[in-house]
Design a protein around this ligand. Sequence first.
Ligand SMILES: CC(C)(COP(=O)(O)OP(=O)(O)OC[C@H]1O[C@@H](n2cnc3c(N)ncnc32)[C@H](O)[C@@H]1OP(=O)(O)O)[C@@H](O)C(=O)NCCC(=O)NCCSC(=O)C[C@H](O)C(=O)O
Ligand SMILES: [Mg+2]
Length: 303
Amino acid sequence: MNRTPHHHPLRLRRSVLSVPAVNARALAKSALLDCDAVIFDLEDSVLPEKKAEARAALVEHFKTLDRSSGQEHVIRINALDGPDGVLDLEAVLDCMPDAVLLPKVSEPQDVLTVADWFSEAGADDGPRLWAMIETAASLLNLAAIAETGRTRGGRLDCFVVGLNDLRKETGIADVPGRPFLVPLLLQVVVAARACGLDVIDSVFNDFSDDENFGAECRQGRQMGFDGKMLIHPAQIAAANEAYGVTEAEAAEALAIVSAFAAPDNAGKAVVSLAGRMVEKLHADQAGRILAKADLINDRKKKA
Ligand SMILES: CC(C)(COP(=O)(O)OP(=O)(O)OC[C@H]1O[C@@H](n2cnc3c(N)ncnc32)[C@H](O)[C@@H]1OP(=O)(O)O)[C@@H](O)C(=O)NCCC(=O)NCCSC(=O)C[C@H](O)C(=O)O
Ligand SMILES: [Mg+2]
């Protein structure tokens, strides 16, 4: 059993933009934007009578989508117990995105059923699975849902928090700083990490409120999230900045890695750096920060 904190290669998921699959202008625009991932939404941003049109638009869009852009492509499907879920999965087979985002996951079986569906469809190497954590039941079952990341070839890859649905179901107030939600958000981060999953913070609905959006991005980063789900292009730059690597962070990471590489420190498990204790685990963390900075630089070169 893999007990390392991260079971897949590092990926940039600072900015994860949702695009309603029925919105042709937004679909076209999304490919040109500087977000790390795009979620093509077939669920709540598409009216029931438009679902078929949205699926068809998505299949067309994927025919010309540049798969080498570095952007990760994710399709959010409808729940499998409704009329659209399986039709969405069939459209996913035509599109073959990097991942499928499952809405309103409440128990492990919600993930396993879709993993098995792909296996039975002969798509064992097909899309990874992401799970929306947005129901009260999903919070009660967090550990068991995260554990599904260790089965079915580790198809579950990422949690995405959905606070709109969670607030609707629980009545938890939507107030700046998210004081009543922070304890729950931290549980989602811890459950994800225990099973090697990435974890994305919820959308912030007021896309004209730059100040509070920036604060919420920084708060999410401090809680350990990998990035933020977004609803508007105007939110991308702030998310990329908050979840990026500053020059100071990169310099500090380099100093830690260099300290362990210094001949004087050969064979040491713990060294002193500018009056601080630094252990091998800090060098591992620093290596991950430097790898992320490299990915960000590579992305800038591609843009
Ligand atoms: C919120 C919006 C409805 C606002 O739309 P609009 O008023 O049209 O915005 P603008 O006029 O400011 O748009 C300017 C241009 O940007 C393009 N645009 C807008 N949004 C997007 C987008 N998301 N992706 C790509 N491009 C976008 C417009 O087309 C304009 O371009 P142009 O015409 O060329 O100038 C709208 O932003 C929107 O629909 N956002 C996404 C909504 C969505 O996806 N909802 C589902 C995700 S939220 C969620 O999952 C909640 C979760 O489940 C939970 O429970 O919490
Ligand atoms: Mg939701």
